[in-house]
Design a protein around this ligand. Structure first.
Ligand code: DX5
Ligand code: ZN
Length: 220
């Protein structure tokens, strides 16, 4: 059974004191951190590029999971790897089925772990044929672009179907996760939990992580 892991999403961090925020996440027990890259085209928002990831890397020894919400993710994969990204996740909607094999190979060639992300209304079963080539899949439970949105429960059957088909795959969820919704997706079989606003607002972040990571996968 894959391990459960909470990945604080730095989108909710205070970027004026990024080094302190990274240290706080480490002190709370986070093994991995989630970094959101938005290009103003694939999603209607802009965030950061490789030079910010480089600055983060200088203050953080944990796993950096980089979520590319970009129309041309492959073009930038090497640049994100060169500054220390451990995993690079690309959206299937951006790449499309015809270019998918090539895109997965290109991200893999950088040396990073490869993830495939799915928008809430994308049926993952159509993409099952690619899933044994990647290290993780990530279901968006909000429409990507902004932190602090509400969890979309209609994605839950997609999580269940994917867990049934791929018992060992890391299944990551991103968007609207909090103390109410985390138990739902863990029951569905998700083991990587990206958490932005709820984590950064929580008064006991270490307890938040240890609570979530002690839930039992596939159990309500
Ligand atoms: C949204 C981003 C998320 C975001 C999640 O497009 O991909 O990673 O930070 O934030 P919350 O947990 O607040 O929904
Ligand atoms: Zn994200």
């Amino acid at each position: 059974m894959p391990d459960i892991r909470v990945l604080p999403s730095l989108l909710s961090a205070d970027f004026s004191k990024l080094a302190e925020e990274l240290q706080m996440c480490e002190d709370a027990g986070a093994q991995a951190l989630h970094v959101d890259v938005m290009d103003g085209h694939f999603v209607p928002n802009l965030t950061l590029g490789p030079f910010i990831v480089k600055a983060m890397r200088g203050h953080c020894s944990k796993w950096l999971d980089v979520h590319l919400m970009m129309t041309h993710p492959v073009q930038y994969a090497q640049a994100f790897r060169d500054v220390g990204s451990d995993a690079i996740t690309i959206h299937v909607e951006a790449v499309g089925p015809r270019a998918m094999n090539e895109a997965i190979a290109a991200v893999k060639a950088t040396g990073a772990k490869v993830g495939l992300a799915f928008n809430p209304d994308t049926d993952p079963t159509l993409w099952f044929k690619f899933m044994d080539q990647v290290d993780l899949v990530m279901f968006m439970t909000v429409y990507p672009g902004f932190g602090g949105q509400s969890f979309i429960p209609e994605v839950r059957p997609f999580i269940r179907k994917t867990r049934e088909a791929f018992p060992e795959l890391d299944i990551q969820i991103d968007g609207g996760l909090n103390r109410e919704t985390i138990p739902l997706v863990v029951a569905d079989g998700a083991n990587h939990l990206v958490c932005g606003s709820a984590f950064f607002k929580d008064s006991d972040k270490a307890e938040f992580i240890s609570w979530a990571e002690s839930l039992e996968l596939g159990k309500t």
